[in-house]
Design a protein around this ligand. Structure first.
Ligand code: PHE
Length: 490
């Protein structure tokens, strides 16, 4: 760098650089660069320097008038006779209005005159300092702080430019004609030549380089926690690897009537290709048709004409309860064994997208299938499950699902938010379980919730689109902390 060489070189033969601006001009260097180099050399104590600041002012119109004609207080003083007095009225008549108005305030303030009905001089002679100062500024001379302040408050001058530079640039304790370069790395060459080299000191306070590695999305972190809790409670994971499902497994098997509003294309994404499912278990389909149309197993059914074409329609599953129905049907085929199942996977709903809704989300689903289970078991399991998540204050509200009876919405108390709906639950209806062929005394308790809701609460995300979809900010994902839900409860 030319600037650095010039400065260090100059100081080798000279005591000081009196003024950085002048130095830059004389050496044909850029003053900004010279200043940067001085700052850096000063930090390493190669040199010492004093920062200087200068401000440039212009005269306002009023300032120009005073500079040309003299200040109003000077004219006011001059109008007062050397001996004796003069009345204010006479002064007013004699003087220009601007001289009278300003002068009658400034002159007594400076203790040049005594004021009353009659005005008299209190000093013999005055100097028009204001005029002098204004002329100095016009000539580009520097004034002291106080003078500048007095002129600024009277709005006689205005700041036009600020200038900084250095003065008294001298050798510092570490002065050398050339900046030493330090060895920074422990390379083979550096170690072999260590005697000639000067190593840079370690900075143990430096932050390390950010680790360049893959990062888990918050939803995956929270999913892992839920998965662990299910596994600790002895649940098995259900295979949820097909997003496309038939209406039969998604709705009909769950005793959801074919006119149910959820089955409307406004709420469900139906598939165009393949439009329909290829295969369904025919004997089971016949029993489902029967329970919808005329009931059985102690039920009156819905009393409508059940249509096979409706059941065949393919869709993107609207809940993972579709998987539960497949699993329970498979379970009913063999000799009965109690089961605890869970899944966490994607579901799709044809919803208007807003800050808390997306057309797809992840559903967490749990179910227990055993002989003689009761609503008390469901409440107990939910308490156990949610307290492991750190949510032990729960409330239940009666609700309606076509496939559960009784059904309960689950509310949890959140310190910052209050009571919050976190899930839905219930006991699967006999109209759903019996046609599958499960023994009559087998009961299934089940619940479902979204993965996004707890994730948004845990990571304080206000807009779901920041969490999921094309607006996700990768930096946020990288910086998201680890998820340790349920720690307080443990
Ligand atoms: N399928 C329900 C939903 O989509 C959740 C649920 C699962 C409710 C199991 C009751 C029993 O909200």
């Amino acid at each position: 760098m030319a600037e650095e060489e010039a400065i260090l070189g100059f100081l080798q033969n000279n005591d000081e650089i009196p003024h950085s601006g002048q130095f830059a001009v004389e050496h044909e260097l850029d003053h900004e660069e010279v200043k940067n180099v001085i700052k850096s050399l000063q930090a390493f104590r190669y040199i010492e320097a004093k920062l200087i600041k200068r401000e440039f002012y212009d005269l306002t119109d009023e300032g120009k008038k005073y500079a040309a004609e003299g200040s109003p207080e000077f004219h006011f003083f001059s109008a007062v006779p050397e001996e004796g007095t003069i009345s204010m009225d006479d002064l007013k008549r004699m003087l220009d209005p601007w001289v009278f108005n300003v002068g009658s305030k400034q002159a007594p303030k400076k203790k040049w005159v005594a004021m009353g009905q009659q005005v008299s001089r209190t000093v013999e002679h005055v100097e028009d300092k204001v005029k002098e100062m204004l002329l100095q500024i016009q000539q580009g001379l520097e004034l002291d702080e106080e003078s500048l302040k007095s002129l600024k408050t009277r709005r006689l001058i205005i700041l036009t430019e600020k200038w900084t530079g250095y003065s008294e640039v001298k050798k510092g304790p570490n002065y050398a004609p050339k900046r030493r370069s330090f060895a920074t790395d422990l390379t083979r060459e550096n170690l072999q030549n260590w005697e000639e080299l000067e190593f840079k000191e370690y900075n143990f306070n430096a932050k390390g380089q950010p680790v360049d590695a893959g990062h888990l999305h918050p939803l995956l972190k929270v999913r892992k926690q839920f998965k662990d809790i299910f596994c600790q409670m002895g649940f098995e994971e259900m295979p949820t690897n097909n997003f496309v499902e038939s209406s039969f497994w998604n709705f009909d098997a769950l005793f959801q009537p074919q006119q149910h509003p959820a089955r409307d294309s406004h709420d469900t994404f139906f598939l165009k290709a393949p439009l329909t499912t290829r295969e369904l278990p025919e004997d089971y389909v016949a029993r489902v048709k029967q329970v919808h149309e005329s009931g059985g197993y102690g039920s009156r059914g819905y009393n409508y004409e059940w249509k096979r074409e409706e059941a065949n329609k393919n869709l993107l599953r609207t809940h993972t309860t579709a998987v539960s129905s497949r699993m329970l049907y498979a379970l009913a085929k063999g000799p009965f064994t109690p089961k605890k199942y869970f899944s966490i996977d994607r579901v799709f709903r044809n919803e208007a997208v807003d800050r808390t809704h997306l057309a797809e989300f992840h559903q967490i689903e749990g179910l227990i299938c055993d002989r003689g289970l009761t609503l008390g078991d469901l409440i107990g399991v939910l308490q156990e499950f949610f307290s492991r998540l750190g949510m032990s204050k729960l409330r239940f509200k009666p609700a309606y699902n076509p496939y559960t009876e009784p059904s309960m919405e689950i509310f949890s108390y959140h310190d910052k938010i209050g009571w919050l709906e976190i899930g839905n639950s219930g006991m699967f209806r006999p109209e759903m379980l019996q046609p599958m062929g499960l023994p009559e005394d087998v009961r299934v308790i089940a619940w479902g919730l979204s993965l996004e809701r707890p994730t948004m609460i845990l990571y304080e995300t206000e807009n779901i689109r920041e969490l999921f979809g094309h607006k996700v900010n990768l930096a946020t994902i990288k910086q998201s902390r680890i998820c340790r839900i349920g720690i307080e409860a443990a």
